[in-house]
Design a protein. Structure first.
Length: 277
């Protein structure tokens, strides 16, 4: 449940009924400065092109572009954007001891049908002024984007809502795979997976092998649509990204799918159709 600031009940009374801190309810995040927005946009492009770069390398690259910025500030902006370096070696990331992290279940697992494994991930989307987050549910076998949410905060509820929509429209997979982002380790999201009889798998923190296909999808979304736009509002971003995803699923062929579209591969890969073939 979330606070409704337009409800007839006062905010403090809603907080009391929901058993949450009134201080957290009244807190409003500090607006992001124009300088930080420019830095975040530059970091976003660098991260897409060089996903192995950590805060130290990004600082060097940003300075080469004329941005005077320190490593700690780069690291802070990366956290705000929900990104981290994809390291090509294991054991380089620290797990958050306050959250349970689930084992990675996809190693050596043959993925040979639709609705076998879904992946969820979140990425930063720039606007003319400000930014939003895009969370998507992707069928790993077909690369079809099954559901998505565009939101102004990096909260578990948006991932939960996208997953719930995918359940209703497409049934349930055997496994849901995510990274170790806070929106996916939150109990609210964990419950949304496990309570539906679905296994939860999590990537090794920063493991490049686990993230590479989702990173390719984000690259397509951004270079083929987002970077060509200057969204003036969240609603404009939502509408345009939804239009792109419809085109991506239904019309964009992929070389990795023998030039078929995600929709074609997803339909042909359903267990009932594969059994009949």
């Amino acid at each position: 449940m979330r606070i409704n600031r337009t409800h007839s009940l006062s905010v403090s009374r809603q907080a009391e009924l929901l058993n949450i801190s009134r201080g957290s309810v009244y807190y409003l995040p500090k607006p992001t400065s124009e300088r930080d927005l420019a830095l975040m946009n530059a970091i976003d492009k660098l991260h897409l092109d060089f996903p192995f770069m950590g805060s130290r390398q990004l600082r060097r690259a940003l300075r080469a572009q004329g941005y005077a910025v320190g490593r700690l500030h780069v690291r802070s902006l990366m956290r705000k954007m929900g990104i981290s370096a994809l390291a090509p070696q294991p054991g380089t990331s620290q797990r958050n001891p306050q959250h349970k992290v689930f084992a990675y279940l996809l190693r050596k697992l043959p993925i040979n049908r639709s609705n076998q494994v879904w992946a969820l991930d979140t990425t930063y989307i720039r606007m003319a002024k400000g930014f939003v987050y895009l969370t998507a549910v992707v069928d790993v076998y077909s690369r079809r984007i099954l559901a998505h949410r565009v939101a102004i905060t990096l909260e578990a509820i948006h991932a939960v809502e996208a997953l719930a929509e995918a359940y209703v429209r497409f049934g349930k997979p055997a496994i849901v795979n995510t990274d170790q982002g806070s929106q996916f380790t939150a109990q609210e999201f964990v419950d949304a997976v496990l309570s539906n009889g679905v296994q939860l798998s999590m990537d090794g923190r920063g493991a490049w092998r686990d993230n590479v296909f989702v990173e390719r999808i984000w690259r397509s979304v951004k270079y083929e649509r987002v970077y060509l736009r200057a969204y003036q509002s969240v609603s404009a971003a939502r509408a345009d990204i939804a239009e792109y995803i419809d085109w991506y699923n239904g019309e964009r062929g992929h070389s990795s799918l023998d030039d078929q579209t995600p929709n074609q591969v997803w339909l042909a890969g359903l267990p009932s159709l594969k059994a009949a073939a």
